[in-house]
Design a protein around this ligand. Sequence first.
Ligand code: ZN
Length: 134
Amino acid sequence: MKLKHIDHIGIAVKSIEEAGKFYTDVLGMHIEDVETVPDQKVNVAFLPITDSELELLESTQPDGPVARYIDSRGEGVQHIAFRVENIDEALEELKAKGIRLIDETPRNGAGGARIAFIHPKETHGVLVEICERK
Ligand code: ZN
């Protein structure tokens, strides 16, 4: 599999407005855009840095995956996403190696990306996303 770079780090937060203050006022980053992904019941704020970005994930629903994550573990790093050249090929390769996946086929993520998650049991506790962007 050909990983290009770390595409983004997803951080689960209770409030983008609240959490965003630290990353903008203290670290000097900027929020480029905020997008709602209804599929995953989240608002996503993008904070670019070099060819990567932080994504602050705020649940839009009390039963969304990010809300459930915060309920059980608190706010914090929720996933790491690697950019791949071809997500279909990457998924085929993972399946051929018997790797347990959360997504067998790509779904639509924030920012027009095609994404899929690998099961954290396979990655020693990290929720790993692979993503492809045109
Ligand atoms: Zn992500």
